[in-house]
Design a protein. Structure first.
Length: 272
């Protein structure tokens, strides 16, 4: 473990955590049990697998892709190279959706560009009377979302649809969530630009907001009266997206919320 931590230090911002997570993955032990048995020798097979994962991490490959899992909103999500790695700041979308979906009431949610299904699954896992749609242009990503719906026992309340943005939806819903590609050209972090699916990262246009613009043009057709739209944006796009949303939904309340890191990231539109 110390050698792995030292090896990862030049390329990782969390070398100790990365080493612990990868070793726990190899051994099948929890991190707590692993630390309690840190003096136990590794088998030759485990040692070889651990070294291979460390080498891949040194190249910048995200830990979630190496283990195939990522915790999101307290849930273990399956992750593959076909989907974005779920991030802590996106949990703010879940919080906003839960606020817009009262407990005990039958409502419908649409998660646009669902990817791994993390937002959809997290909301439905906390609102047992809500039914959800997930749309996605990638068939491979939909397969990951389906697996996460199954793992967390919400598949009976979920319909996954292949297609662009809101077009696959059969009807209007109460809440629309969207974590769409929004990164401007050349602004993605190196590990994101190299390892994560480009179609889910770069939003098009000089400001990265072209996909959000297309989404907002469609959104009024698929939102029930009094419904809510929740979007994640780049921290530099809050004002822009707020203005676009105000033009799309005249008279609606449009607020920009800070994410867990304190950045203006989540745009919430509450219609009348």
């Amino acid at each position: 473990m110390p050698a792995a931590r030292r090896a990862l230090s030049p390329t990782s911002t969390s070398p100790q955590l990365d080493a612990e997570v990868l070793l726990a993955h190899v051994t099948g032990l929890s991190r707590a049990r692993l630390l309690a048995r840190r003096d136990d020798p590794l088998s030759d097979e485990d040692a070889a697998q651990f070294r291979a994962l460390i080498e891949r991490r040194l190249l910048g490959e995200p830990v979630a892709y190496l283990t195939g899992h990522k915790e999101f909103y307290g849930l273990d999500m399956v992750v593959t190279h076909d989907v974005l790695v779920p991030r802590p700041e996106t949990e703010s979308i879940v919080e906003a959706c839960l606020e817009a979906l009262p407990k005990g009431e039958i409502r419908q949610l649409a998660d646009i560009g669902t990817g791994s299904g993390a937002i959809l699954v997290a909301v439905l896992a906390n609102r047992p009377y809500v039914r959800g749609y997930g749309t996605e242009i990638s068939l491979e990503a939909l397969a990951v979302a389906q697996e996460n719906c199954r793992r967390h026992e919400v598949e009976d309340r979920t319909v996954l649809l292949l297609g662009d943005l809101l077009q696959p939806l059969p009807s209007a819903v109460h809440v629309i969530a969207a974590n769409l590609p929004y990164v401007p050209p050349g602004e993605a972090a190196p590990d994101v630009a190299v390892w994560e699916p480009q179609a889910a990262v770069f939003g098009g246009g000089a400001d990265g907001a072209d996909t959000i613009r297309r989404f907002l043009k469609e959104a009024p057709l698929f939102l029930l009266p009094g419904g809510t739209v929740v979007m994640e944006t780049a921290h530099s796009q809050g004002t822009l997206v707020r203005e676009l949303a105000q033009a799309t939904f005249p008279g609606a309340s449009v607020q920009v919320h800070k994410d867990l890191a304190g950045y203006d990231r989540i745009v919430v539109v509450k219609t009348k």
